[in-house]
Ligand binder design. Structure first.
Ligand code: SF4
Length: 292
């Protein structure tokens, strides 16, 4: 395939065995893990866990990436669409509350093809960094029930410096508007599990409290109360080589998290916060081909 799936618009040839675009991934899905995961937001994880399917590769270039082994080192195993469907059925049989495709942007074509003539028995979650093209998202309309996008930055210079994507703010805002258009307001089942809707996530970065506030302001301005949920994440942990961005080489200060949480409360944004003390390992599972 000649690929223009994501905002990088590489126009690169992706064959079944090789990728030459920014994401470097072949057209066939490469997976690193498929297992129940208990550390998503409560209406996603529920009591039994979310059926996460981790795709390898990434179309963003975040210097602080916590999933470096799969996003930048491309660890994983190639699977056919038939095997991908079996994996999803196995997760449903294990009791997963939903199928949670993690970092699927550069495999949106495979997700769309999988769901073209198969309707899973549980909701489908598209869990993304927010750097998604609206044209590509439209191919998922009616197939995805829940969107779980990041909104990492509203400042282009910061997006360039930390994720090599200066156009991230405009792209992500448009993408999230499209996601919310598709899902409509959040809907829950009798057990308060999310069955349809959009949760916007923001990971607070060291020294970036104003960025977090801008993201919350935008969310409150853009969507009527009760339309989306907001997840304020504070588990940032320095990771990898941060010599080019030494200001990121520390954990959050208690005051940063407290200020961000108070700001969210004062805005009346409905959603979730995480404790600063939460261990990173809880959120980053081992990438060891489990379930593949
Ligand atoms: S999905 Fe990969 S190859 Fe396709 S446009 Fe994006 S970065 Fe380029």
């Amino acid at each position: 395939m000649i690929c223009r799936l994501c905002p990088r618009n590489c126009g690169a040839q992706r064959t079944e065995t090789e990728g030459k675009g920014y994401c470097r991934m072949p057209s066939v899905p490469i997976l690193a893990r498929a297992a129940l995961h208990h550390w998503e937001e409560p209406p996603i994880s529920g009591s039994r866990g979310s059926g996460t399917v981790f795709f390898s590769g990434c179309s963003l270039g975040c210097v602080f990436c916590q999933n470096e082994k799969i996003s930048h080192q491309n660890f994983g195993r190639a699977v056919t669409l038939d095997r991908l469907r079996e994996i999803c059925e196995e997760l449903a049989a294990q009791g997963a509350h939903n199928l949670n495709f993690v970092n699927p942007t550069h495999y949106a074509h495979a997700v769309a093809a999988l769901l073209e003539d198969w309707r899973p028995p549980i909701p489908v979650v598209f869990n993304t960094g927010g750097y998604d093209k609206t044209d590509t998202l439209r191919r998922l309309e009616g197939k995805v029930d829940i969107y779980l996008p990041d909104l990492k930055y509203l400042n282009g210079e910061t997006a360039r410096r930390y994720s090599a994507a200066p156009d991230y703010p405009e792209i992500a805002q448009e993408a999230i508007r499209e996601m919310v258009r598709q899902t409509g307001p959040c809907q829950f089942d009798d057990n308060r599990l999310l069955i349809r809707g959009t949760i916007i996530r923001h990971l607070i970065l060291p020294g970036q409290l104003n960025q977090a506030k801008a993201v919350m302001d935008w969310t409150a301005r853009e969507f009527a109360p009760g339309t989306v949920l907001f997840s304020l994440m504070s588990q940032y942990t320095p990771w990898g080589n941060l010599s080019a961005c030494p200001e990121l080489d520390r954990r959050l200060r208690p005051g940063e998290m407290r200020s961000a949480r108070e700001y969210m409360e004062n805005l009346g944004l409905a959603g979730f916060t995480q404790e600063r003390t939460s261990a990173r390992q809880e959120y980053t599972p081992p990438f060891d081909l489990t379930g593949i």
